[in-house]
Write a protein that binds this ligand. Structure first.
Ligand SMILES: NC(=O)c1ccc[n+]([C@@H]2O[C@H](COP(=O)([O-])OP(=O)(O)OC[C@H]3O[C@@H](n4cnc5c(N)ncnc54)[C@H](OP(=O)(O)O)[C@@H]3O)[C@@H](O)[C@H]2O)c1
Length: 288
């Protein structure tokens, strides 16, 4: 990967990552493994999980990379997989929340959550909460989350977090990515003094499998737009930077793009709203 900070070294570090079977997460995981990390993947599909694990093992055979399986649409699965990982890993140096998707129609999960809210936001929340003690045990540790520049266009409605009224697919996606930035700032606040930092980033518009399975006109539009997108190698650079660079060792609550801290939208900086989002998410997750 070009532009690497040569001081970056993750030798002996344990890194949990979601959504590493494709796109930004897959390239990011490979780069973290090259830097010496042991990867613990969370994947939903066994064939894709095993194939990703095999590629990681070929690339960096010294570390005992592992994979755990969970469908991150379901709260019980988020909790189960996080408990499984917590039981296996006494210390976690790095957690990368990255799995996400775009859904054309308003779909509900078996928990009754809107799909963007569940996969793109709730899974980040539940897994991070469940692994909190393991991150603190490793301190200094980092939580890095894939947000998006799409959050700038989101309109926050605290009375309709799951877009029950007037659903528009891309707007629902934008809102979920706004939640990522708000939530990151709130994690930073709540984890202050523990040695655990939390930052999020926009990867750019990246030619991944993003949107391929969303269906409808939107999927077609995203496919065409992706002809002009950057490769995953470029999209993963800020993920790796936030995970490994000494430059950001003490930075927390930040939103980054192209390895630079940026000012997120005004809504993303509304910390009162972020607390309400946190409380409502915790309530829905059944986490005190
Ligand atoms: N591509 C872009 O331009 C762009 C821009 C800004 C932000 N992002 C964000 O980047 C992140 C990664 O997306 P990508 O672009 O790399 O897309 P991608 O190629 O579609 O990868 C998405 C990853 O998330 C996993 N995933 C999706 N739903 C899941 C579920 N229910 N349970 C468990 N895993 C699930 C996928 O697993 P499978 O392999 O099994 O499908 C895959 O590993 C997302 O958070 C996305 O919102 C992307």
């Amino acid at each position: 990967m070009k532009g690497r900070d040569l001081s970056m070294n993750l030798e002996g570090k344990v890194c949990v990552i979601t959504g590493a079977t494709s796109g930004i997460g897959e390239v990011g995981a490979q780069e973290l493994a090259r830097l010496g990390a042991r990867l613990v993947l969370v994947a939903r599909d066994r064939a894709r999980g095993e194939a990703t694990l095999a590629r990681l093992r070929a690339l960096a055979p010294a570390a005992a990379h592992r994979v755990h399986y969970a469908d991150l649409t379901r709260i019980a699965e988020m909790k189960r997989v996080a408990a499984e990982i917590a039981a296996a890993e006494p210390r976690i140096d790095l957690l990368v929340n990255n799995a996400g998707a775009l859904f054309t129609a308003r779909q509900m999960t078996s928990d009754g959550l809107e799909m963007h809210f569940a996969v793109n936001h709730m899974a980040y929340f539940v897994i991070t909460q469940a692994l909190r003690e393991r991150l603190v045990a490793a301190g200094p540790a980092r939580v890095v989350s894939t947000a998006s520049g799409a959050h700038y266009g989101a309109r926050l409605d605290l009375d309709d977090l799951q877009f029950a009224r007037g659903y528009r697919a891309f707007q629902a996606y934008q809102r979920s990515k706004l939640y990522n930035v708000m939530w990151t700032r709130e994690v930073a606040r709540r984890f202050a003094g523990t040695g655990v930092t939390a930052n999020c980033f926009h990867p750019g518009f990246v030619a991944t499998r993003y949107g391929d399975r969303s269906g409808g006109f939107l999927s077609w539009g995203v496919r065409v737009a992706k002809l002009f997108a950057i490769p995953s190698e470029k999209g993963a650079r800020t993920l790796v930077y936030l995970a490994a660079s000494d430059e950001v060792a003490d930075v927390t609550g930040g939103y980054f793009y192209k390895c630079r801290q940026m000012t997120p939208s005004a809504a993303a900086q509304d910390d009162t709203a972020a607390r309400r989002l946190w409380d409502e998410t915790a309530r829905l997750a059944g986490i005190g």
